[in-house]
Design a protein around this ligand. Structure first.
Ligand SMILES: NC(=O)c1ccc[n+]([C@@H]2O[C@H](COP(=O)([O-])OP(=O)(O)OC[C@H]3O[C@@H](n4cnc5c(N)ncnc54)[C@H](OP(=O)(O)O)[C@@H]3O)[C@@H](O)[C@H]2O)c1
Length: 223
């Protein structure tokens, strides 16, 4: 078990779901963790505020970005493109803005771990916005891993994970959706945020891993 005592980690999106589980596991390993989101006053769509906030946190060792779980669904011909653009502004451009600002603040041995999602590489009609921004993030992270080296840059790609991203659903419908998905997945279960958090920890503590996409999807991509 890697001891992260003496290191500092920033988790943007760390106030909920997968990010909160990452913040917890890093803190359990001894890291000093700062979590941020709109709930703490940080909106990643405000480019200047985000850069200033990250500069104010430096120097630090690890950036994790999990912010932005919402994106409009539906066929492209009927899609609200303005809503899709706003989703990109949070998750895709937020990730890139954060990585750019963090690069100047990371100590030697530093890491950046971004978040995509299994739809990046799964063709499901009606999921254009999620597929496009997750695929763009996976491709961009590989470029960042080359350009920012020796900073290591990786992506965790979750499958369906039981988090507050589904808090807007009615309880019975949410339960049915999660149980239905679990029954179809090769792993026979939908991930808990803690399962996905293990992927971020792996990326952070494994010194040979960079430019990687770590799938934690219950087997969704082989289904
Ligand atoms: N859960 C799944 O099934 C699943 C599947 C595939 C991929 N993923 C990906 O995993 C990541 C985390 O998802 P999750 O399920 O943990 O979602 P979540 O529980 O909804 O958490 C999302 C986090 O993003 C923050 N956030 C949203 N908009 C923001 C903004 N403009 N500025 C700053 N922070 C913002 C939220 O806090 P505030 O509201 O306080 O801002 C919250 O902390 C997302 O990238 C999501 O696409 C999730």
């Amino acid at each position: 078990m890697t001891d992260l005592t003496g290191t500092k980690a920033i988790v943007i999106g760390g106030t909920s779901g997968i990010g909160a589980a990452v913040a917890q596991v890093l803190a359990e390993r001894g890291a000093a963790v700062t979590s941020a989101s709109r709930a703490t006053g940080l909106d990643v769509t405000d480019a200047d505020a985000l850069s200033r906030w990250i500069a104010g946190q430096g120097p630090f060792d690890h950036l994790v970005f999990t912010a932005g779980s919402q994106a409009p669904g539906g066929a492209v011909d009927a899609l609200d493109l303005e809503a899709a653009r706003r989703a990109f502004d949070v998750k895709f451009w937020g990730s890139i803005r954060a990585a750019k600002a963090a690069a100047a603040e990371l100590r030697p041995g530093g890491t950046i771990t971004l978040t995509s999602g299994f739809l990046a590489r799964r063709t499901v009609p009606g999921t254009f916005a999620k597929t496009a921004m997750n695929a763009a993030l996976e491709a961009s992270a590989k470029i960042l891993a080359r350009e920012l080296a020796p900073i290591r840059v990786n992506v965790v790609s979750p499958g369906l994970t039981d988090t507050d991203a589904y808090a807007g659903m009615e309880t019975a419908a949410r339960k049915q959706m999660l149980e239905g998905a679990a029954a179809k997945l090769p792993a026979g279960r939908v991930a808990r945020p803690q399962d996905v958090a293990a992927g971020y920890l792996f990326a952070i503590e494994t010194a040979s891993v960079t430019g990687a996409v770590i799938d934690i999807d219950g087997g969704a991509l082989i289904n």
